[in-house]
Design a protein around this ligand. Structure first.
Ligand SMILES: NC(=O)c1ccc[n+]([C@@H]2O[C@H](COP(=O)([O-])OP(=O)(O)OC[C@H]3O[C@@H](n4cnc5c(N)ncnc54)[C@H](O)[C@@H]3O)[C@@H](O)[C@H]2O)c1
Length: 244
């Protein structure tokens, strides 16, 4: 087990990629706080893992983030790993994007990452081997195949935050990396028609959709001591969909 005794927070962990990340980190020896806007879902997911717990947290709300981080650290007894995974997908055409929609996407996908790191920082500094892994997207790397521009820009912003945090937190021994998934089989794909999903799958040289576990394996590696000299990396997990 590569993460024995490590304490982790995973956001958006009630289902999908976040849930697979929580499962993988648990299997490697972590104790976890599972945060999600779906509180009952987070608690139900956490009940599968001994010693872990779920907390309702809307990551777009700074008070929610602050309270959830404090409660997590108190109950875990510290913090070594933060995985910023919670996100929402939108594929609205340019003309249909309202100000409210734009603000919501930025708040959930991007603002959340900044404030989750800010609030976690005092505890990650104490860890001695702090790790932050942010879930961006292939859309953040190249502007989006079918995703809307708000979504793509929010995921591009995560890449910028990843590199900036990596530089600024290196003196504390904290590494900050991003995983950029391609089209991955989760409920988020209901934003697309089946025809669009098929079109996206045809863009993948390995010719299958990603699985949540593909992303979880990458996160687990970046959170481990094997990746202790890797920081500011954008790790594409996309079957070759985009090679940058
Ligand atoms: N599935 C894909 O094709 C794909 C591709 C690239 C990137 N991603 C990214 O992976 C991450 C996980 O997505 P997924 O595919 O598992 O989707 P999902 O919809 O299955 O899961 C997202 C989770 O985030 C939670 N969430 C949503 N808004 C929240 C909020 N305000 N506060 C707290 N939790 C919130 C949801 O309740 C849900 O449990 C997202 O950031 C997404 O952008 C997914």
């Amino acid at each position: 087990m590569k993460l024995s005794g490590r304490k982790a927070i995973v956001t958006g962990a009630a289902q999908g990629i976040g849930n697979a990340i929580a499962r993988k980190l648990y299997s490697e020896g972590c104790t976890l706080a599972l945060l999600d806007i779906n509180g009952p879902g987070a608690k139900k997911a956490a009940a599968e893992f001994d010693g872990c717990f779920g907390i309702r947290c809307d990551v777009s709300s700074v008070p929610d983030v602050s309270n959830a981080v404090k409660e997590s650290v108190e109950r875990l007894g510290g913090l070594d790993i933060l995985v910023n995974n919670a996100g929402i997908l939108d594929s609205s055409p340019i003309a249909e994007v309202t100000e409210a929609l734009w603000d919501r996407i930025m708040a959930v996908n991007l603002k959340s990452v900044f404030f989750m790191v800010q609030q976690s920082l005092p505890f990650l500094k104490k860890s001695g081997h702090g790790r932050v892994v942010n879930i961006s997207s292939v859309s953040g790397r190249m502007g989006g195949f079918e995703a809307g521009l708000g979504y793509s820009a929010s995921k591009g912003g995560i890449i910028t935050l990843t590199m900036g945090f990596a530089r600024q937190l290196a003196p504390y021994g904290i590494t900050v990396n991003a995983v950029c998934p391609g089209t991955t089989e989760t409920a988020i794909l209901k934003e697309f028609t089946p025809e669009t999903v098929e079109k996206l799958c045809n863009l993948i040289p390995l010719h299958r959709l990603g699985k949540p576990e593909d992303v979880a394996d990458a996160v687990s590696f970046l959170a481990s001591d094997d990746a202790s000299f890797i920081t500011g990396l954008l790790m594409d997990v996309n079957g070759g969909m985009y090679m940058g």
